[in-house]
Design a protein around this ligand. Structure first.
Ligand code: NAD
Length: 490
């Protein structure tokens, strides 16, 4: 009779880059919150993996320090449960011997989740070594951080290297914007209400604005950033994902493949830019010294220490050439060292075809607007016209009033803690739900369009224009939108 096999030791999360910035600021706090809410898989063990040779006890002390940096109070019972799961492994997972030693340290397990919170340049070698050590099998899920490549070619190479060891169903590409409550609310707003769908077309929507503004500069991250710039670092992933969620057709269901198929159709319909059109459609900027958050700050060139044409700001107008959106411009802008931190989508409806009101009331009239704020507050508000209360000589007066779906207000009595976007995504990795993750086809379609934009501006000799830190971008950013008869919603 064969001997009874060893009991499985339950699920394991391997956090490659477990001492890095992302792990300390986002991933470990998110895992702790899931613990506090009783949402971690039963028996889950967590291995922080890095190359810095610290002891498991020092690592646990550092995990506590990372939590204390962002938590007002730490629930001690949850902390005890959480830290009992946490271990640390020091080694280089790109080397076969490092991966083998990690596999030995983990021992038996049921499901294995490997979170690549490391530079994507090491994904191919790490995948090869981890697979060689038997750590990538059918019960393994791989979580990949951005950037998935720097252009279509490098992104294909990276995706191919990962595809050698895992199927697409096992791969979870993170775009943490998709983990934000408001982004999921956008899906709910569009597809759980009948009211918006008939209006969600070029007949009623005048244009769409998507803004991701940061007050921070590039600072020490310049070696990475200088290779990417605003187009590749921010627009190719987060902003294009938001655009897809606004513009996609209703999927048949929330199955990951149904949603992703609709997003890919949007990406395929994005009108390519050409050398002839690009200078009318794109504005590039680079910050110089100035004042940001009340402090004097240096310019990008001083941070880099050598001449560079990398853009720290981009604004562009694009079109989705399909039946629903023909002729409706989408304006996207993102930049560093802007006056405020803000991520916002504005759906601007068209003006009334005819007004029945008096001239004085008409003077107060603004077209309806749906404003979706993702940062710093999460909020959705619909600006509607309303009768201004009280009596006036001129008769009826009007005023715009926001109808607010503020999440913060609605949930203030329910423990009200704002979730980190990574909590939702980590939970979905454990549950195996890929709806909020990015498919290889999406990444590659987005790169194909973005490469075309960059190529067009290189051919046209477009260079970034200066803007002082703390201002809202180079001068041309207003002309870009005014040419279409619109204004930025600031
Ligand atoms: P980081 O440089 O702060 O940390 C890197 C970590 O990887 C360290 O723990 C290091 O020891 C470990 N590491 C490096 N090579 C290794 C190897 N061969 N074997 C084992 N461990 C190794 O990086 P980060 O800022 O935490 O970013 C990690 C990833 O997340 C990157 O892909 C980055 O683009 C992405 N990302 C980061 C942020 C952020 O806010 N930091 C945001 C979005 C995406």
């Amino acid at each position: 009779m064969s001997q009874a096999s060893e009991p499985k030791k339950g699920p394991v999360l391997v956090l490659l880059g477990g001492t890095g910035d992302l792990a300390r600021r986002m991933l470990l706090p998110s895992l702790f919150h899931l613990e506090a809410d009783g949402l971690l898989p039963d028996g889950l063990r967590i291995y922080g993996v890095a190359r810095d040779g610290q002891s498991p006890d020092t690592y646990r002390t550092n995990v506590r320090a990372a939590l204390e940096l962002r938590e007002k109070t730490i629930e001690e019972d949850a902390w005890k449960r959480f830290i009992a799961r946490v271990d640390y492994f020091s080694g280089d997972v790109t080397k076969p011997e490092g991966a083998k030693a990690l596999a030995d340290a983990i021992g038996g397990h049921s499901e294995l989740y490997i979170y690549f919170s490391v530079s994507p340049s090491i994904y191919p070698k790490a995948c090869e070594s981890l697979a060689g050590a038997g750590l990538i099998r059918e019960n393994t899920r791989l979580v990949l951080e951005k950037p998935i490549g720097r252009d279509l070619e490098s992104s294909k190479a990276l995706n191919c290297a990962v595809a050698k060891v895992a199927t697409e169903e096992q791969i979870f590409r993170i775009d943490h914007y998709l983990g934000k409550e408001t982004v999921q609310n956008l899906i709910a707003l569009r597809f759980a209400n009948i009211a918006f769908e008939p209006l969600w077309t070029n007949h009623t929507i005048d244009h769409v604005q998507i803004t991701v503004a940061e007050t921070e500069g590039v600072g020490d991250r310049w070696p990475y950033y200088n290779e990417y710039g605003a187009l590749r670092d921010m627009l190719q992933n987060h902003m294009i994902q938001l655009l897809c969620l606004v513009a996609m057709e209703p999927p048949a269901d929330l199955d990951p493949d149904s949603v992703r198929a609709e997003k890919v159709k949007v990406l395929k319909a994005l009108r390519p830019m050409s050398r002839a059109t690009v200078s009318q459609e794109v504005v590039l900027g680079q910050y110089t010294s100035g004042v940001s958050d009340g402090k004097s700050v240096t310019g990008y060139l001083d941070e880099v220490g050598k001449p560079t044409d990398t853009e720290t700001f981009i604004a562009l107008r694009c079109f989705i050439d399909n039946w629903r959106w023909a002729g409706t411009p989408f304006f996207l802008r993102t930049g560093k060292r802007l006056p405020e931190r803000r991520t916002q989508i504005v759906i601007q409806f068209k003006p009334l075809p005819h007004s029945i009101f008096s001239n004085s009331a008409n003077a107060d009239m603004v077209a309806n607007r749906l404003v979706i704020d993702l940062q710093p507050q999460e909020d959705i508000s619909l600006v509607l016209m309303n009768q201004r209360p009280g009596l006036a000589q001129e008769g009826m007066r009007l005023q715009p009033m926001p109808l607010s779906l503020s999440l913060a207000k609605a949930y203030s009595g329910h423990g009200g803690r704002r979730r980190i976007a990574y909590e939702r995504l980590l939970l979905d990795v454990f549950r195996g739900d890929r709806t909020l993750f990015v498919h290889r086809n999406e990444v590659e379609e987005a790169w194909a369009w973005v490469d075309g934009v960059a190529e067009a501006w290189q051919q046209a000799g477009l260079k970034p224009k200066n803007y002082a830190a703390g201002t809202s971008g180079p001068a041309g950013v207003h002309a870009l939108i005014e040419r279409s008869g619109h204004q930025w919603h600031d």
